[in-house]
Design a protein around this ligand. Structure first.
Ligand SMILES: Cc1cc2nc3c(=O)[nH]c(=O)nc-3n(C[C@H](O)[C@H](O)[C@H](O)COP(=O)(O)OP(=O)(O)OC[C@H]3O[C@@H](n4cnc5c(N)ncnc54)[C@H](O)[C@@H]3O)c2cc1C
Length: 473
């Protein structure tokens, strides 16, 4: 580790004087885990790790760092894929992992007030136990923390019905870059009193403030989950099926996931524990899920809708879930992507967004351009099509290191050409920073810089993430 500056040394002394040794760890005592997130950037040890267990503790830690001009990296569950929680050299990591627990479930308001360090899975289970439902769900549910979910405005599996994380938040508490604790734990759905400040902090990847508590909006607990895994003959039929699902299943439709054959082959033939719910070759594989209130009423409605799609020729073959075990088995084909790191080795992963109608044209163009540019390239395509979000996993077989910059350039230039977004759900962090201008206009980027400068004039909160501040004239 590089030698500490006088400011950093003074900052560590002030932190050590304020916090107990269990809360503030420095130097060799910082756990290896806090040196990286899941973006596979080279490890960097923060000069200290502060893990407060109260919102005021987070505010104190930020105030001390700000007073010494020392950079801060907010950390949650470290499952982020864009490098947002990755420590920058010379920074103090402030983790919310010990700021954990559910403070209140308000059944009348249908809200849950939680601390930022609570794992998503704990929140989901607590809601179910109380007869409610938290629709946010993603593969990292056991490790990611709700503060990190908010900071990345996570997407996940049920956006088509319930929206992104920001749609589930009613109130927020956060610490500003000078250490001010702002508490706005609103529980009302309607509240138009001035600016909706919380939206600035949701999705800002820890660059504007550190989230300490949140009020989540709860949904009724679904009475039944219905699912079918369908083989479909063309992309036009996939788009028609999506339209038919929106019209015919209405608010029951909770997921519409599409897998291209290259993805299907890797997922079902190489990942342990994944079975093919349907046999035969199809141009596309579509997982359709509907959540209803009653199996007796919604089960026949779902079956009737599926039969209509067979008769219309939109579905070639389908497996229909007979139990929750079947539903889980269908989802394993889609969640298999989480195992690709182990199965395929180092690769480059993308979470791009595109107009739904252009996704297959994009996939065909991108696959061809990657093949033209890089020998022995494998690229597979799958995603939350109903949300306009497609994932790509790409790698050059046998290459170490992977030609990540070359792969990214081909993918993002094609995204720009197809009027897409370089990030539909994982955020920009550092990994996608060079490409932000492919998706945001110069005016939008200048406005982001003005907001950052207004809220964090010293530039100490997660510096170098999302975009670089323009240098002073
Ligand atoms: C297997 C797997 C599946 C995934 N699936 C999805 C998916 O379907 N959809 C999706 O959107 N993402 C997905 N992700 C990405 C990741 O899980 C999410 O981005 C998640 O929301 C990050 O939460 P975290 O607690 O791990 O945050 P971290 O990785 O610790 O941090 C993420 C960012 O948020 C900031 N941050 C963390 N906590 C706070 C806080 N309290 N206040 C302010 N800033 C903070 C960090 O500085 C960083 O910029 C997946 C990841 C994995 C490993």
């Amino acid at each position: 580790m590089a030698e500490l500056s006088p400011q950093q040394t003074a900052c560590l002394a002030a932190l050590a004087a304020h916090f107990s040794p269990a809360t503030c760890l420095a130097g060799e005592d910082v756990p290896i885990r806090n040196e990286a997130d899941t973006s596979f950037l080279p490890r960097t040890r923060p000069i200290a790790l502060v893990r407060p267990d109260t919102p005021q503790g987070v505010a104190d830690a930020v105030r001390i760092c700000a007073a010494h001009g020392v950079a801060i990296v907010p950390q949650g569950g470290l499952t982020g894929l864009a490098g947002g929680a990755h420590p920058v050299p010379g920074a103090v990591a402030i983790s919310v992992e010990r700021l954990s627990g559910i403070e209140e479930i308000d059944a009348a308001a249908a809200t849950m007030t939680v601390r930022a360090g609570t794992p998503l899975e704990v929140i989901q289970q607590s809601a179910l136990d109380a007869g409610f439902f938290v629709p946010l769900d993603l593969g990292a549910r056991g490790s990611c923390l709700i503060g990190g979910n908010l900071a990345t405005n996570a997407g996940g599996n049920r956006v088509i019905r319930y929206g992104m994380t920001r749609d589930m938040v009613l109130g927020l508490e956060y610490v500003l870059a000078d250490g001010t604790l702002v508490t706005g734990l609103n529980k009302m759905i309607k509240n138009n009193a001035g600016y909706d400040l919380k939206q600035l902090f949701i999705g800002s990847e820890g660059t504007l403030g550190i989230i300490t508590r949140v009020v989540l909006r709860l949904q009724p607990r679904p009475g039944c989950t219905l699912a079918a895994l369908c083989g479909v003959g063309s992309y036009d039929d996939v788009v028609s099926l999506l339209g038919a699902a929106r019209r015919g299943l209405g608010p029951l439709l909770s997921a519409f996931e599409v897998m291209w054959p290259d993805y299907w082959k890797e997922a079902t033939e190489t990942v342990t524990g994944v079975r093919k719910p349907i046999e035969g070759q199809h141009a596309f594989y579509v997982l359709i899920e509907a959540q209803g209130l009653s199996e007796d009423i919604d089960g026949p409605r779902f079956m009737g809708w599926l039969e209509n799609q067979f008769e219309a020729g939109l579905i070639e073959d389908a497996a229909i879930a007979q139990s929750m075990a079947d539903v889980a088995m269908f989802w394993r084909t889609r969640d298999a992507a989480g195992e690709f790191q182990t199965i395929l080795g180092p690769h480059v992963a993308f979470d791009i967004g595109l107009p739904v109608s252009r996704m297959d044209a994009f996939a065909r163009t991108c696959r061809q351009r990657l093949a033209d540019a890089i020998p022995d390239i494998l690229s597979v395509y799958y995603g939350h099509i109903g949300d306009g979000n497609i994932h790509i996993v790409a790698l050059q077989r046998g290459a170490s290191p992977q030609p990540a910059a070359q792969i990214s350039r081909v993918v993002y230039e094609t995204v720009r050409e197809f009027d897409g977004t370089i990030s539909a759900e994982h955020g920009i962090g550092t990994v996608k920073k060079p490409y932000l201008g492919y998706t945001r206009s110069p005016e939008e980027m200048a406005l982001m810089a003005r907001i950052k400068a207004a809220l964090d004039p010293k530039g100490i909160l997660n510096p170098g993430k999302v975009f670089d501040l323009p240098s002073a004239p």
